[in-house]
Design a protein around this ligand. Sequence first.
Ligand SMILES: [Zn+2]
Length: 329
Amino acid sequence: MFTQNWGDTYYGHNISPDADSMPARRWIEQLEHYQPDLQQRVKRTVDQWNLIVRDQLRNETALRLSLESKINHPEHKPTQIPIKVVDGLPEPLIHVLRDYSEQAPTLLNEKAFADTVKGLRVANDQFSALQTLCPSQISPSDLADASGWLQRILEQLRQTDIKHRLRELNQDILGAYFFNVPRVEIYWAAIGIYAQLYSISIEGLCLVVLAHELAHAYTHWGKDIDGTTWETKDFGNADLAIVEGFAQFYTKTVCEKLAARFPAALEAYQALLQTQSPVYTEHEQWIKDHPHLKEAVRFSMIQCRSKGIVEYGDFMRVLQDVGNFPFSR
Ligand SMILES: [Zn+2]
């Protein structure tokens, strides 16, 4: 279980997203057709929340993120890990989506069809009043026909196995942390597709992706009070469930901290969790209900980094041991 190395991913090999193939273009064009401002909404959310999310991550991990361009270089100064909102869909995602590109227009609008069915039911319930308000040749049976047709379409959409296949993806597909560079990319079209397929708020989902990718950057490159980081080799060799576990744990923490100001983020985190593979949900089981959960995870994370732990079983033993510490009460 959970033995795939985190580094064996497209972001471990700096592979660019696909913006030009026919399937990628079809999905993105369909997305933009109904939401022409999508890219701007994602960019605006990233710009607006970038520093706030970084502040939260710094507080929660007690790690400081700064890169030194060149040691002893006369102009060397700390720089932040760059974030870019980019076009295209990452390889693992388009690998699945290309099999459904013919159905993209309908799959992306499942919620619109479901809302229309609801609207037709309301119109049917209020038929006499609506005819008085605005006389029409439409009959109740016309409404029932339209509703029945859309319901059959919805049933067919729900029988496609696209969501089952997306759940099997064990790589970040809405954003990426290219740890060898390092830099963060946010895929606005992938966020839009997931928001549409699963009825999640775009801005909320965007914040989740931002926090998740930055959490990778903090847990990898963030300096503890001794100035130590996670060795890139160990980080890349660590089991998926360790690296994704930390990213998810701190994403949830950030969303909880920001819930009063941005409730859609925590809702998006929870909704996305329902769609993800076990490596993205495993952290929810970590020493459950422990009164000092955050401190125990933080201490275990520091241990994991300093000891070069790469196997999930070894990490879990550390977490259990730390969980048994007599934390101050
Ligand atoms: Zn991740």
